[in-house]
Write a protein that binds this ligand. Structure first.
Ligand SMILES: O=C(O)CCC(=O)C(=O)O
Length: 303
């Protein structure tokens, strides 16, 4: 598979970044976030996974060697550990790091904020767990088509541990039809799994992959004995509409299986990192599986 293009040296250049995002549908930044900040989150989450019995007892928890009790996202036995992870302030604070908010604002051309549904992925080895099927985020996130996703490895993610791959140029395909599938999200976009423009890399903590909501992407199978630990966060312009959740607005990922932020944030130093700014307009959700979703116009004018 082809290697991702590194945009690290163009981080300050909004015009270059916007043009590359329009053409490729993604931007990759090697080492954008301080390694010690990511390492601290990794360590806190590894401790939770160890205490939840998801990790082998005879290995250093930081190695994330899976025990037989590590389960696929959303299945029985998942929500205890996931609630503890969602209660971890340092994890949520990663989403509002100045590097990420500035990057989103630079690309969108105005102030941006992070959706509070910050997602942590704990991908167990395959077979046994299915990797996230290829998809476009627009059907899941809805609201503004220009919502941006960042995907961050929280531990080293060489291709064999099943990091993310993106299909370069895929926003030009518009909103694709979907089929039911196994794996997180349970929907697969109808795109060519073997296209020559699939790209990935050997991810390291501190790296950031950003893509638009029409970019086709998915995870690869985890062929190691370790858990793959990563985060995905979403950003949108303050002036753009945000999709209302079924049970309110600005809820945690997997709410209501995961408690509300009022419970998760007990004892935190600040809750700002999980708040939606005042004045954001909300719109209703539509059924993400419907066949013909018109492709909304994008400020990135995908070419
Ligand atoms: O990390 C994964 O397995 C899936 C992440 C993803 O698809 C996303 O960020 O939209």
């Amino acid at each position: 598979m082809k290697e991702l293009t590194d945009s690290h040296d163009d981080f300050q250049d909004a015009a270059v970044l916007r043009e590359r995002l329009a053409g490729d549908g993604y931007l990759f930044f090697r080492g954008l976030l301080p390694r010690d900040v990511v390492a601290d989150v990794h360590e806190q989450l590894a401790r939770i996974l160890y205490d939840s019995d998801w990790l082998a007892r005879d290995a250093d928890p930081r190695e994330l060697v899976a025990s037989g009790r590590a389960v696929e996202e959303g299945s029985a036995g998942f929500f205890g550990a996931y609630t503890a992870i969602q209660s971890t302030e340092a994890f949520h604070r990663l989403a509002v790091r100045p590097e990420l908010l500035e990057l989103a604002g630079r690309l969108l051309g105005e102030d941006a904020f992070a959706h509070p549904a910050h997602i942590c992925r704990i991908a167990p080895p395959s077979p046994g767990a299915n990797p996230t099927p290829i998809h476009q985020d627009y059907r899941f996130i809805q609201g503004s088509v220009d919502t941006l996703t960042t995907w961050l490895p929280l531990s080293a993610a060489p291709p064999e541990i099943g990091g993310l791959r993106v299909l370069a140029g895929s926003p030009r395909l518009g909103v694709l039809p979907v089929k039911a599938s196994d794996g997180p999200g349970m929907m697969r976009a109808e795109a060519d799994e073997n296209h020559p423009e699939w790209r990935t890399t050997s991810y390291r903590p501190g790296d950031v992959l950003l893509f638009g909501s029409l970019t086709v992407h998915g995870a690869m199978p985890n062929q190691t004995k370790q858990l793959r630990l990563s985060a995905d966060f979403r950003y949108q312009a303050v002036s753009a509409p945000m999709a209302r959740d079924l049970l309110g607005t600005g809820k945690p990922h997997y709410h209501p299986e995961v408690p509300d932020f009022a419970t998760l944030t007990r004892g935190w130093t600040s809750t700002e990192c999980v708040e939606v700014p005042a004045g954001v307009q909300f719109v209703d959700r539509w059924d993400p599986r419907v066949d013909d979703v018109p492709t909304p116009p994008s400020r990135f004018a995908y070419i």
